[in-house]
Design a protein around this ligand. Structure first.
Ligand code: CA2
Length: 186
């Protein structure tokens, strides 16, 4: 049973809590959803450039994320698109539905103001992931439009970066909202 007609805004409340309220279920009934989004060409993983991106396929990473998420009490949705607009649609649809977002935007990381703006509006904590260490690569990969709006960024650890991102989000969303009495006076 829904408690509210319209989704309550996520600002200032742990996403797991807003998710539970918006879906009308208790946090114990429904595992928080983590959406893992992958951008262009990441469907090619494991076929070329293994020295940069490793030997695993995206399907391998999907399976590892779902396995790790289940062990951590998270429900992982894993998607890939080569299309900027589709990624923007998925980010918009995440609002009020998912507790956290892991994003490897691929080359759109370095170009997409549209993805930056969608992330700003979604009010869901975002962890940016890159398989490679983008700061050791060509200068055009050093700037990220995602980093500006992400909680944090993990790069250079290959596919393990996705697992680290899930752990980071798990901590973030399970942290209860701060109560005034918990905040020490300066
Ligand atoms: O290191 C990452 O995860 C990147 O996001 C990967 C993107 C790249 O544009 C970013 O600068 C860094 C590219 C993914 C392309 O992956 C391929 C894998 C195999 C064969 C072809 C492309």
């Amino acid at each position: 049973m829904r408690l509210f007609q319209r989704p309550i805004p996520a600002m200032g409340i742990a996403p797991a809590v807003t998710h539970a309220i918006n879906t009308g279920m208790s946090a114990a009934d429904t595992p928080p959803i983590i959406l893992v989004l992958n951008g262009p060409n990441l469907n090619m993983l494991g076929t070329r450039q293994p020295e940069i991106y490793g030997y695993e396929t995206l399907a391998d990473i999907d399976a590892a994320c779902k396995r790790h998420g289940a062990n951590a009490g998270l429900s992982v949705e894993f998607r890939q698109s080569n299309h900027e607009g589709e990624l923007v649609d998925w980010i918009q649809q995440a609002r009020g539905r998912v507790a956290g977002l892991v994003l490897n935007a691929g080359a759109y990381t370095h170009t997409s103001v549209a993805i930056h703006d969608a992330l700003l509006a979604v009010e869901v904590p975002v962890v940016e992931v890159h398989l490679s260490n983008i700061h050791q690569r060509e200068p055009f990969r050093h700037h990220s439009y995602v980093s500006k709006v992400a909680k944090g960024m993990i790069c250079g650890f290959g596919s393990h970066g996705y697992i680290l991102a899930l752990d980071a989000l798990s901590r973030l969303i399970k942290a209860p909202p701060a109560l005034p009495q918990d905040i020490e006076e300066a």
